[in-house]
Design a protein around this ligand. Sequence first.
Ligand SMILES: Cc1cc2nc3c(=O)[nH]c(=O)nc-3n(C[C@H](O)[C@H](O)[C@H](O)COP(=O)(O)OP(=O)(O)OC[C@H]3O[C@@H](n4cnc5c(N)ncnc54)[C@H](O)[C@@H]3O)c2cc1C
Length: 386
Amino acid sequence: MEFSFDTTQQELLNAVEQFGRDQLVPMWSQEADDENRFLTDAWQAMAEFGLMALPFPEEYGGAGVSALTVCAAGEGLGRAGVDAGTVLSYGASTILCGVPIWKMGTEEQRQRYLPKMCSGEWIGGFCLTEPGSGSDAASMKTKAVRDGDEWVLSGSKTWITNGNIGHHFIVTAVTDPEAKPRATGISTFIVDADAPGFRVGRKLDKLGCRTSPTTEIFFDDCRIPADAILGPENYGFVMVAKLILGWERTCLLAPALGSLHRATETACKYALERHQFGRPIASFGAMEEKIAQMRLSYEVAWGLLYRVADLLDRDEPCLVEAAVAKTYISEAAVRVAEDVVQIHGGYGFSKEYLVERGYRDAKLGTIGGGTSEIQRGIIARAIGGF
Ligand SMILES: Cc1cc2nc3c(=O)[nH]c(=O)nc-3n(C[C@H](O)[C@H](O)[C@H](O)COP(=O)(O)OP(=O)(O)OC[C@H]3O[C@@H](n4cnc5c(N)ncnc54)[C@H](O)[C@@H]3O)c2cc1C
């Protein structure tokens, strides 16, 4: 299998990186991070640049580019050093919410939601995780019961990105409690935040990605129209899980790939500037080893990520490849972010240099969207055939 960037993809990556450095990076502030504040200006700038429109067909206001091209743009954001919170909110809306509406929605649903998501006017979210079900998502308790022309949802979700800023959410709920396996009794719905019985709970305080708001969501006999179901009754969860898997593990991971590239630059710059024992610290073997390892991680991650994006664009299965990419890139991002802090010594531990934020932000990758342990299970079962 061979793939490489075409000119447009390379140009997009460069343009997004430049845009990120010039416009988005200056919008972040320590104060916003301390206050867990969503960067509305950054969101609007990203929308005007056209990032929210990238994957969707032109008839819905999109740019209609491939998953690989969306990843190139994501890598640009990471290379620029755009804060991971802003990038997470973008991914949750465009990829986790927008892509299922595009791929599984009726024509009416696409027409209603996608144009305003492409323009950035409407922010979306994805409600799967519950207080009692994370990795074992199919054991969810939220249920939906049909009542005439409506569905009535009851239950709660947690860790919902964009929970208090979202206009609408993809929500999974049990529609056949007797189904075996359980996953085949779970449907998916599009729920507007102004639906009666939809309630936003606590805003959760977090280690990193702090400019991305994360909340609980409650469904108190929340009533939505019958045609708000997304995909087939009882099979929406299975469909969305398969669909999201490839998209999430490429497009949401691409900024982490870019962060590996950026980390190498940041580390080199500091290691050349900082002198100890009368020499730049870059001249010490221990520092060289770390910087070389960063570059190695980037090169390996590059191949893994774009291989999955290429499979996705060719509509080929990518379960194991995506699990490998997710595990490797998210863990490399944590390792590399830690090494950047280490190279900066005490200054790395301070808030003066943004490397401290990079370290905190990187950790989410090994937890969100399927933990490293769950990914390793997928890989091991594929190897062992069990
Ligand atoms: C900042 C943030 C944003 C998020 N955004 C969203 C969102 O928008 N929408 C959404 O639906 N969810 C979201 N999540 C939830 C996220 O997807 C879950 O946190 C994740 O899937 C893990 O679930 P959990 O936290 O319940 O951990 P658990 O499933 O309770 O896992 C705890 C530990 O047990 C391990 N473990 C569990 N099962 C196994 C197993 N079979 N084998 C080996 N180890 C196992 C895990 O790897 C982990 O180390 C978000 C989370 C965070 C932190």
